[in-house]
Design a protein around this ligand. Structure first.
Ligand code: SF4
Length: 61
Protein backbone atom coordinates (compact mmCIF):
# COMPACT_ATOMS: atom_id res chain seq x y z
CA UNK A 1 0.00 0.00 0.00
CA UNK A 2 1.24 3.48 -0.89
CA UNK A 3 0.25 6.73 0.75
CA UNK A 4 0.12 10.29 -0.51
CA UNK A 5 -0.22 13.63 1.30
CA UNK A 6 -2.31 16.15 -0.60
CA UNK A 7 -2.25 19.96 -0.47
CA UNK A 8 -4.73 20.13 2.41
CA UNK A 9 -1.91 19.37 4.86
CA UNK A 10 -1.58 22.02 7.58
CA UNK A 11 1.68 20.63 8.95
CA UNK A 12 0.44 19.57 12.35
CA UNK A 13 2.98 16.73 12.51
CA UNK A 14 0.57 14.13 13.81
CA UNK A 15 1.16 11.60 11.05
CA UNK A 16 4.90 11.63 11.55
CA UNK A 17 4.34 11.18 15.26
CA UNK A 18 2.19 8.11 14.69
CA UNK A 19 4.05 6.53 11.78
CA UNK A 20 7.49 8.02 11.11
CA UNK A 21 8.35 5.05 8.89
CA UNK A 22 5.95 6.39 6.27
CA UNK A 23 5.47 10.11 6.96
CA UNK A 24 7.99 12.88 7.54
CA UNK A 25 7.84 16.63 7.75
CA UNK A 26 9.59 18.56 4.99
CA UNK A 27 11.46 21.85 5.16
CA UNK A 28 8.31 23.44 3.73
CA UNK A 29 6.49 22.54 6.93
CA UNK A 30 4.13 19.98 5.46
CA UNK A 31 4.11 16.21 5.59
CA UNK A 32 5.27 13.92 2.82
CA UNK A 33 4.82 10.18 2.49
CA UNK A 34 7.62 7.93 1.35
CA UNK A 35 7.69 7.37 -2.41
CA UNK A 36 7.71 3.60 -2.11
CA UNK A 37 5.21 1.06 -0.89
CA UNK A 38 4.80 1.19 2.89
CA UNK A 39 6.33 -1.74 4.74
CA UNK A 40 3.38 -4.10 5.35
CA UNK A 41 4.09 -4.10 9.07
CA UNK A 42 3.61 -0.31 9.08
CA UNK A 43 0.34 -0.19 7.17
CA UNK A 44 -1.79 -0.32 10.29
CA UNK A 45 -0.05 2.68 11.80
CA UNK A 46 -0.11 4.55 8.49
CA UNK A 47 -3.85 3.94 8.19
CA UNK A 48 -4.27 5.15 11.77
CA UNK A 49 -2.49 8.36 10.79
CA UNK A 50 -4.67 8.65 7.68
CA UNK A 51 -7.82 8.28 9.78
CA UNK A 52 -6.57 10.78 12.35
CA UNK A 53 -5.39 13.53 10.03
CA UNK A 54 -7.52 16.56 11.00
CA UNK A 55 -7.88 17.79 7.43
CA UNK A 56 -8.10 14.52 5.52
CA UNK A 57 -4.83 15.20 3.73
CA UNK A 58 -3.63 11.60 3.61
CA UNK A 59 -4.80 9.43 0.75
CA UNK A 60 -3.98 6.00 -0.50
CA UNK A 61 -1.92 6.52 -3.61
S1 SF4 B 1 -1.67 14.64 10.08
FE1 SF4 B 1 -2.47 15.54 8.18
S2 SF4 B 1 -2.32 17.77 8.47
FE2 SF4 B 1 -1.05 16.79 10.05
S3 SF4 B 1 1.02 16.82 9.12
FE3 SF4 B 1 0.06 14.81 8.65
S4 SF4 B 1 -0.91 15.09 6.63
FE4 SF4 B 1 -0.46 17.13 7.45
Amino acid sequence: MKFFVNSNCIGCGMCEGICPAVFHMTDEGVAKAIDTEADPTMEGLAQEAMAGCPVGAIEEA
